[in-house]
Structure formats: structure tokens, C-alpha cells
Write a protein that binds this ligand. Structure first.
Ligand code: XIL
Length: 360
């Protein structure tokens, strides 16, 4: 019998893995009445939202029942606000989200003023004499527009290098005197625009990658030493469900040392594994990991003093709303946040409630 060529073996293995996952009948992650997280959590519970979801009655109903905070998913980022090459801004979508928050008694968190990944073409056209002024103007006008309505802002997003070794170089660091300079400047401009908002440095993989977590905390320390009006630590928590137990707790305890509010700002826990090999992990295993890691995170968060519990925000309300369920990552099957495609509690929800109840 001829050996199946490697690509054929891979196809067979993938097929078997897929069949195994699909055939797995699993008990529902949650049975019985579904509590409202905003009522049982001692801290704000949030989710990100694009303005289009405000026209989805099922999303609105679930959000009103479960949440007390929302974050515009992308329409308050530079890629939306500053699309024109003339330097004028647009706020129709974020204004709609802000009005929804106001009309429904929800806290509103701003994301994100300055991000290495959002280098609007307009800024590319500016000569050095105008660049700094336009950088300042952008931050002041965007943060200023929502002054008094935004409880906090992700002022600078993802400043630490991907591998955790140092900080990212980006348009802002190149044109404004270096990495620390653009970051301090952004916080100073945001403070001037909205003195009462909590100003966050936001980043990801801080628990998954201890080197990156350490670099992030050193940057926090450095910014505070430089006198930047840094008011909070934003920990995105896009969790890798294979992260070893204890790493999440250890990072949150380390971060707590600054005595500043901590926002778990973009929580999700994908069941998928980026990589070429077929994923042969069982659905039962993946759900158990999501449950355990969410419980660990919420348990550690509950240990924080109330003044440091800014809130926990998931990066989608329902699985089908998630960015990781859209192209190019889309596989249509990932379950990674608190509610499934039909608004029912997931393994993350069960872990979240256990963490609240101290059932670690
Ligand atoms: C994502 C949004 O969810 C997507 O809709 C958009 O296409 C890309 O950005 N870290 C962040 C978020 O800080 O802004 C990103 O959000 C997810 C990763």
C-alpha cells in the first residue's frame, strides 16, 4: 500500500480532527437561571460594540441586561475618525455609541487615541513643522469631544514590541522624538482635553508572554517617573487557552503594585490555535481551559482593592460578534466570549461567575 503523501495525511488528520470535534456532544456550559453579570459583579462589566450592532434588537437586549460599560470597537480609532486627507474628523458613529451609552445608563470607555497600527495617510502628508501640532490637535479634539462622558481612554495602544523586547518603533516615535516622547506627549494632551478621564496604557499578551508583561510594567514605571498623567493599566487579555495556570494571576498581582486602576480591556479566549498542524484538542478540553483561565483571571481581579477594579470588558458580547469570527480568521465555529451565537452563557461565563463567587 503506498504511503499517503504528506499533504494527503494532513488532510486526513484535519478531517478526523474536525469530525471528532463536531461529533462531540457536550453538556451546556451553564444550566439554570442566567444572572445579570452587571448585578453580581462588584466592578463594571463591559463589551466592545460597533455602531451597527445598535440596530440588532437581540444584541441591545442582552447588552442592557448584562452590561454597565461599552467600548467602541473601531469607530473611535484614527482609521475611522481621520479618513480625510484634509485633516477634518468624523464622529457620526462614535457619537451614536456615546448617545446609546448615555440613554442606557452605561459607562463609556474610549479606544484608542494613538496606536502604532493606525498611521492615518493624512499624517504622512505633513511636513515636520505641522506634524506635532496636528498630533496634539487630533488628541485634544477627539478626547475633548467626549470630555465628561468618557470614564477612561486607551491613550496609547500596544506600545511594547511584539516579542516584548523593548518598545515598538512607529510613525509617532519616528516623528516626535522617540518612543517615550510620543507616549508622554499623548498622555499630556489627553489630560489637557479631558482632566477627569482615567488615562490608560493598553497592551496585549502581557500574561501570555512574561517578557512582554515585564517590559510593559517597566514602561508604566518609566512613564510615571517622567510625570506622564498615566492613570490606569489596560490589559487586553486576548487569552491563549494553553497559557500555564497561574501566569494570569501572577501578572495581575504584579500590575496591582502600582496602585492604579486596572482594566481587563479586551477579554476573549479563542478555542482556535494559530498554526498549521490540525487541532486535535477536544471541545471538552478547550472549554475546560476557557473556564479555568477565566476563573483564574476573575479571582485575581476580585483580590484587587475596589479602587483598582476599573472593569472587565470582553472583546465582543456574543461569539458571533467577535473580530476573530470575521475574515481572514473566520472559521465560523470559534467560541471565545461570555455568550454564544444565541446569547446563551458559555464556558467563559461559567468561569467568570465562579471567579466572582470565589470558587477558585
Ligand atoms: C480589532 C477590531 O475588533 C476589529 O474590528 C478591527 O478590524 C481590528 O481591530 N487589539 C486592539 C483592538 O486594541 O483595537 C483590536 O480590535 C483587537 C486587538
Amino acid at each position: 500500500m503506498t504511503r499517503a503523501d504528506p499533504s494527503r495525511r494532513l488532510v486526513l488528520a484535519s478531517g478526523l480532527a474536525l469530525a471528532a470535534c463536531r461529533s462531540e456532544a457536550q453538556p451546556a456550559p451553564w444550566t439554570g437561571p442566567v444572572p445579570a453579570l452587571k448585578d453580581i459583579a462588584p466592578f463594571p462589566v463591559g463589551a466592545c460594540v460597533p455602531s451597527a450592532y445598535l440596530d440588532d434588537p437581540s444584541w441591545v437586549e442582552l447588552a442592557r441586561r448584562q452590561l454597565d460599560q461599552i467600548t467602541p470597537e473601531w469607530e473611535l480609532k484614527m482609521e475611522y475618525v481621520l479618513q480625510s486627507n484634509r485633516g477634518d474628523y468624523r464622529f457620526d458613529a462614535p457619537d451614536r455609541i456615546a448617545d446609546f451609552a448615555r440613554d442606557n445608563g452605561l459607562r463609556l470607555h474610549g479606544h484608542a487615541l494613538i496606536w502604532y497600527a493606525q498611521e492615518a495617510p493624512y499624517f504622512m502628508t505633513l511636513d515636520p513643522k505641522r506634524f506635532a501640532g496636528e498630533y496634539d490637535r487630533y488628541i485634544r479634539e477627539v478626547a475633548g469631544r467626549y470630555a465628561g462622558r468618557m470614564v477612561g481612554w486607551d491613550v496609547v495602544n500596544e506600545a511594547v514590541a511584539e516579542d516584548g523586547n523593548g518598545l515598538r518603533d512607529c510613525l509617532w516615535s519616528e516623528r516626535l522624538g522617540g518612543q517615550e516622547a510620543y507616549i508622554v506627549r499623548a498622555f499630556e494632551q489627553a489630560k489637557a482635553a479631558d482632566p477627569n478621564a482615567v488615562l490608560f496604557l493598553n497592551d496585549y499578551n502581557l500574561e501570555n508572554n512574561p517578557t512582554k508583561g515585564t517590559t510593559y510594567l517597566r514602561l508604566v514605571e518609566r512613564l510615571l517617573t517622567l510625570g506622564a498623567p498615566l492613570g490606569g493599566l489596560g490589559v487586553q487579555s486576548h487569552l491563549d487557552i494553553e497559557i500555564p495556570d497561574g501566569q494570569i494571576r501572577n501578572f495581575i498581582r504584579e500590575a496591582a503594585r502600582f496602585g492604579l486602576p486596572i482594566h481587563i480591556s479586551e477579554l476573549d479566549a479563542s478555542q482556535r490555535r494559530d498554526g498549521r498542524l490540525p487541532d486535535t484538542r477536544s471541545l471538552k478540553h478547550k472549554r475546560a481551559r476557557q473556564h479555568a483561565l477565566t476563573r483564574e483571571l476573575v479571582t485575581a481581579y476580585m483580590e484587587l482593592p475596589a479602587a483598582q477594579q476599573y472593569g472587565i470588558t470582553t472583546w465582543a458580547l456574543r461569539d458571533r460578534d467577535s473580530w476573530l469570527r470575521r475574515p481572514p480568521r473566520d472559521d465560523g465555529r470559534d467560541s471565545l466570549v461570555l455568550f454564544d451565537d444565541w446569547g446563551q452563557p458559555t464556558a467563559m461565563f461559567a468561569g467568570f461567575v465562579e471567579g466572582l463567587n470565589g470558587a477558585a
